[in-house]
Design a protein around this ligand. Structure first.
Ligand SMILES: C[S@@+](CC[C@H](N)C(=O)[O-])C[C@H]1O[C@@H](n2cnc3c(N)ncnc32)[C@H](O)[C@@H]1O
Length: 599
């Protein structure tokens, strides 16, 4: 089956059974065409379908070509008029010739639509289309994190953003939404974060494709920034890492507190239990230039990792961003709207029940569930979690059960993280607005036996990094069972409150230095000369002849005193993530105990 037939079939699936577009495509095992290509074609065609519907109807394509269904016509005309390489079929293919014989008419109708919309060029029309398609997201800025591993804020302000006008509130940026302006706001809370006008097509810029800038909502930057891993914290774990926004943010922060790339001995261990998503994580880590300091575990369930594994003896900080209900995410529709052209000679609105779907598709095309051949997939009562998984939730009771299952997993994850012997700080975050997944989980974690036994407590507001301390939206006192201190320590954000961010929650946990860590060096113990001689597990970490480190001008005073080192010189940055390049102080047998990294 061709790319076009396969895509048409996906767009034609009933909205109550197919799931969202990503699930329909990436969850389909028997696709012959590349999934990414099908996804791009389907999404772009939906975006352009208001324009293409007019073009097809005014050119009377479906009157002349009776075998074409409306969906197939949209897909083919989309590629014919708008794709760089035209229709992706051989020149003699029947579907291609069916469209190409109407070349002149289709072209002139597109020009007419463009002029009616007062768009001076196809590029301007494209911007209009993208803005229309943003829907709810049009009220939000485009948040861009400047990736400090590759570049600097100043370089980007002088580079890709040099034509932008600087404004001084987020509201000013979003006010420009529908005009497609080029406005920019430098965020006051998160370093290296920018808010751009929502319609700006950032993904086409070299800065984006090279990994110099990363699209990341402001709230999604809170966890790594709040964790603030410093050199004295040793290694860092990102327990639920894909697609990798927070992993690469962690790496950038570690590096910003540390020495030059070659000298950075801290590692970020990134766990991802879903192998496919781990591949995306791997790509993102590579693109962000975080490969040398990141170790990815493909398909590894973090809950199955033994915290006492020697490889993790130096882990002082953990970031926990587990799967959640995703209820804070902006603009997560079940399916994009597709506007179908009217089929000449049909008067009755077709219906698409499961039994007649195939026949109806041939007669009238995809998702034609609303009047006049104009299809808009019904909004389903679905909960789309932040892994992109869809769960149908048709009653309050089902929602309650779903939240119960999620919060139980989230709590288990925190309690597991509490057990890492050298851990002194961790953050827990969700993009959910439900108290059950947020303050309630935090309270249960604080009351747990392991928290009491190991001295874990909430990271209070006054001890948080400046930007998080100053962020005004805090946890709910009611959801914190009346505990105002816990509520004030928790950080929240709400979509639609004018601050331009998604719904989010984050809390930090800390504990004091532990046995064997009395000098405040975190997972390390130093000799009188400041050399790291053993970690808290009592394992030797300094080899004979190694020099103490920490004199680099890139360190602030505190960090330079405490910079950890395995005493083994620069890491080679090897892509071998089996663990052997990570900690040379481990014996072979100890290294063999852990084989979760690599593939
Ligand atoms: C909310 S997403 C993480 C988003 C990511 N932190 C980021 O900012 O790009 C949750 C991820 O955790 C993964 N995950 C869920 N449970 C896990 C577990 N027990 N161990 C490792 N990964 C897990 C999911 O597959 C999913 O990719």
């Amino acid at each position: 089956m061709s790319l076009y037939h396969e895509t048409a079939e996906i767009l034609s699936a009933s909205s109550s059974t197919g799931g969202n577009l990503k699930t329909r495509i990436f969850g389909k095992k028997d696709l012959k065409s590349p999934q990414q290509q099908v996804y791009a074609l389907a999404l772009e065609t939906c975006k352009w379908s208001t324009v293409l519907k007019e073009v097809i109807e005014n050119s009377e394509l479906l009157r002349h070509e009776r075998k074409l269904t409306p969906v197939l016509a949209l897909l083919l005309v989309h590629d014919f008029l708008l794709a760089k390489k035209g229709i992706a079929l051989p020149a003699s293919h029947g579907l291609r010739t069916t469209i190409e014989r109407h070349k002149a008419r289709l072209g002139s109708e597109l020009t007419r639509v463009r002029l009616r919309r007062k768009a001076g060029s196809i590029e301007v029309l494209r911007q209009q289309i993208n803005l229309d398609f943003l829907g709810e997201a049009a009220g939000y800025p485009r948040w861009v994190r400047v990736n400090a591993l590759r570049t600097t804020l100043e370089a980007q302000l002088e580079g890709v953003f040099k034509d932008f006008t600087r404004v001084y509130t987020v509201k000013d940026v979003t006010a420009s939404g529908s005009s497609g302006g080029k406005l920019l706001y430098v965020d006051e809370h998160i370093p290296n974060l920018l808010a751009l006008s929502p319609g700006f097509e950032i993904t086409k810029t070299e800065a984006y494709t090279s990994g110099a800038i990363i699209l990341q909502d402001k709230a999604s930057c809170f966890p790594a920034y709040l964790l603030d891993p410093r050199s004295e914290d040793g290694d860092v774990i990102d327990s639920c890492a894909a697609p990798g926004n927070k992993t690469t943010h962690l790496a950038a922060i570690v590096r910003s507190h540390g020495t030059e790339k070659e000298e950075c001995v801290q590692k970020v261990y990134a766990f991802e239990k879903d192998r496919r998503r781990a591949r995306t994580l791997e790509k993102m880590v590579g693109l962000a230039d975080a490969k040398d300091m990141t170790r990815i575990s493909f398909g590894q369930d973090f809950l199955k990792v033994d915290p006492d594994t020697p490889l993790f003896a130096h882990v002082g900080a953990l970031l926990l961003d587990p799967s959640c209900s995703g209820s804070g995410i902006v603009g997560r529709d079940s399916m994009p709207t597709i506007h179908l052209p009217h089929v000449p000679g049909t008067f009755k609105k077709p219906t698409l029940d499961n039994s007649s779907r195939k026949r109806k598709r041939e007669e009238s095309g995809a998702a034609a569930e609303e009047g006049e051949g104009e299809g808009k997939n019904q909004q389903q009562p679905v909960l789309v979690d932040d892994d992109g998984q869809e769960v149908l939730v048709s009653s309050e009771e089902e929602l309650r059960m779903r939240l119960e299952a999620l919060s139980s997993f989230q709590l288990t994850l925190i309690l597991h993280a509490f057990r890492f012997p050298a851990a002194r700080k961790l953050t827990y975050s969700t993009c959910s607005v439900h108290a059950e997944e947020n303050e309630q989980v935090v309270l249960k974690a604080l009351r747990s036996g392991v928290a009491r036994e190991r001295g874990w407590r909430i990271l209070r507001r006054e001890h948080q990094v400046r930007g998080m301390r100053e962020w005004p939206v805090r946890g709910s006192v009611e959801a914190s069972n009346g505990d105002a201190e816990v509520a004030d320590s928790c950080i929240r954000s709400y979509k639609g409150d004018g601050r331009g961010v998604m719904g989010f929650f984050v809390a930090g946990f800390v504990r004091d230095a532990q046995a064997g860590d009395e000098n405040g060096d975190g997972p390390y113990v130093r000799d009188d000369d400041g050399r790291i001689v053993r970690d808290v597990m009592g394992m030797p970490t300094l080899k004979a002849g190694s020099e103490p480190q920490g004199s680099s001008s890139h360190y602030d005073g505190r960090a330079s005193e405490n910079k950890p080192s395995d005493g083994d010189g620069p890491d080679t940055g090897s892509d071998d993530v089996s663990g052997s390049s990570v900690d040379s102080s481990l014996s072979d047998s100890e290294q063999e105990e852990w084989d979760g990294f690599g593939d």
